[in-house]
Ligand binder design. Structure first.
Ligand SMILES: Nc1ncnc2c1ncn2[C@@H]1O[C@H](COP(=O)(O)OP(=O)(O)O)[C@@H](O)[C@H]1O
Ligand SMILES: [Mg+2]
Length: 255
């Protein structure tokens, strides 16, 4: 497909154990389109992180294939960045916020260009006034925004996010969800966003894929036909939102 960024064709990962092997994910067939927000939801231990690492070129499929812009994936693909759940360990504590954001680009461009990119990225996440702080002087939500800014400074085509808001309080989480949707509008970045929070998956997603079982398989992919811009209060009260939420809970086995 012309505007497809990622395509998984019956991709799976089976890892060797000391005795025998362990299938982690199996038969993953999935497509990510340009500027799409795809959320993947599933219980703990179903292989969500493994699937994201596979897309990021960090864990090669042992069966099937993963294509990025039509080419078989071989290592971390150009223009694809990963944002991790654990922001505290992802940031360099001895570097200022600006220097953290510059980390991935400072060796590839002039100082002036780099400074401009850093400013743009910090502006996008609303942290321009914290450029000189150190990570430990920021709240958890702000630290996660720094990690997102560092990813944005690379001007990625795709952001792969592994439960990035799982450790944050509900209000901070809601604010960052809206920031991501705004970023998608402004930058046309494609997102693969992993979560175990069904409501978060529905609120953010153009589509929601359900990963379940052992080995983890994509059991359903649901188109989320809710209007944009989404709103934390009104969207979450829509009958259609509640219906998606109910159906996904049932699919995962909670209802
Ligand atoms: N390198 C590895 N070797 C063996 N088993 C692993 C490895 N990495 C992950 N697993 C196993 O794969 C399963 C899925 O892990 P993971 O992808 O982290 O799931 P999730 O992110 O959904 O919680 C777990 O049972 C985990 O123990
Ligand atoms: Mg995980």
């Amino acid at each position: 497909m012309a505007d497809s960024v990622f395509e998984c064709r019956s991709a799976g990962i089976t890892l060797p154990l000391r005795s025998g092997v362990r299938p982690i994910i199996a038969d993953i067939s999935l497509e990510l389109k340009s500027a799409e927000f795809l959320t993947i939801v599933g219980p703990s231990g179903t292989g969500k992180t493994t699937l994201l690492r596979m897309l990021g070129g960090l864990a090669p499929p042992t069966s099937g294939a993963v294509l990025v812009r039509g080419e078989v994936l071989a290592g971390p693909p150009e223009g694809v960045v990963i944002v991790f759940q654990d922001y505290a360990n992802a940031l360099l504590q001895w570097r200022s916020v600006a220097a953290n954001v510059a980390f991935g680009i400072e060796r590839t461009m002039s100082r002036a260009q780099c400074n401009e990119r850093v400013r743009d990225a910090l502006n996008l996440v609303g942290l321009l006034d914290r450029a000189d702080d150190f990570p430990w002087q920021l709240s958890g939500g702000m630290q996660q925004r720094v990690q997102i800014a560092r990813a944005l400074a690379l001007r990625p085509a795709v952001m792969l996010m592994d439960e990035p808001f799982a450790a944050l309080d509900a209000m901070t989480k809601a604010g960052l969800q809206d920031e991501l949707l705004r970023l998608r509008d402004q930058t046309k970045v494609s997102f693969v966003f992993i979560t175990h929070d069904i409501e978060e998956a529905v609120y953010l997603g153009d589509r929601v894929a359900v990963l379940n079982g052992s080995p983890g398989r994509i059991e359903h992919i649901v188109d989320i036909d809710l209007p944009f811009p989404r709103d934390q209060i009104t969207t979450r009260q829509l009958p259609a939102f509640l219906a998606y939420r109910y159906d996904l809970h049932k699919a995962i086995g909670h209802a």
